[in-house]
Ligand binder design. Structure first.
Ligand code: SAM
Length: 247
């Protein structure tokens, strides 16, 4: 899968894609990441990419011309043949596992990073989707773009060593994941739950599922309203005292 990221600050990305899983994914060609410097698409002497906004008020607004030129020269001028173009904005739909999984089915995805007070509204004419990474405001779209690339890449086949892992992780199943333990079996008086050392796979699976339900109930009970639950899950939740949906 190919990502094209349009940014005023390509240097911010140094490091994030150069270590660990994403580095390996790039080296093996599972993903490709192209950074496009919006400033390179200006034609004036000072390479101006932002100006004060019409109507007053503080803050600088990113000009539309360099963004249009960058996107059109990299992705083409025909919107029908362009890959989806995502604007990172706190006003977009909030990134979820479901969205990340859908994006991972695409051969190519473009991301536009805003800065300053935001972008000229006319840039939205280039955009096919708007994504937020949460209900807070960051200084720029670069970190959100990294978040999108990372979350999407995990669903690209071959990127994560254990192909089932992204589909078992928190949120993928509608629940939070169960706790994990590794060696040693006891650390500073804290023991690994006996069941995990038992080698009894069916019992371990049930324990994990129950812990997953317990965690979700304690931390994110809102998720339970949408989770797919078996009769055994409902029984476990009843025992945990949940009074929610259909129980
Ligand atoms: N004035 C804008 C508003 O209130 O909607 C916020 C601008 S923010 C300071 C600058 C840029 O950071 C945005 O254009 C966007 O690209 C990015 N950004 C900030 N918070 C974000 C979030 N939660 N999700 C995605 N992008 C975000």
């Amino acid at each position: 899968m190919r990502f094209d990221i349009f940014t005023l600050f390509p240097g911010i990305f140094a490091g994030a894609f150069d270590e660990s899983i994403l580095r390996r994914a790039r080296e093996t060609g599972r993903i490709e990441i192209f950074l496009h410097d919006i400033r390179a698409y200006t034609h004036d002497k000072h390479h101006v990419t932002d100006e004060t906004g019409y109507g007053g008020g503080g803050g600088m607004i990113m000009k539309p011309e360099p963004i249009f030129e960058a996107v059109e020269s990299v992705l083409g001028t025909d919107p029908a043949t362009r890959p989806p173009v995502v604007l990172l904005t706190p006003q977009g739909r909030i990134l979820t596992t479901q969205i990340a999984r859908e994006f991972s089915q695409l051969p190519r995805l473009a991301l536009i990073c805003g800065r300053y007070e935001g972008i000229d509204e006319r840039v939205r004419a280039l955009v096919t989707d708007e994504i937020s990474i949460g209900d807070y405001v960051l200084t720029g779209g670069e970190i959100p773009a990294m978040v999108v690339v990372d979350a999407v890449s995990r669903f690209v086949p071959g990127v994560v060593g254990d192909p089932g892992a992204p589909h078992r992780d928190s949120h993928a199943t509608g629940l939070l994941e169960h706790p994990h333990y590794t060696r040693p079996p006891e650390f500073r008086g804290m023991a690994v739950p006996e069941i995990l050392l038992s080698g009894h796979h069916a019992k371990i699976e049930r324990w994990r599922r129950n812990e997953s339900l317990r965690r979700t109930l304690e931390r994110r009970p809102d998720l339970l309203a949408r989770a797919v639950l078996t009769e055994e899950d409902r029984q476990a939740l009843r025992e945990l005292g949940w009074q929610g949906r259909d129980l």
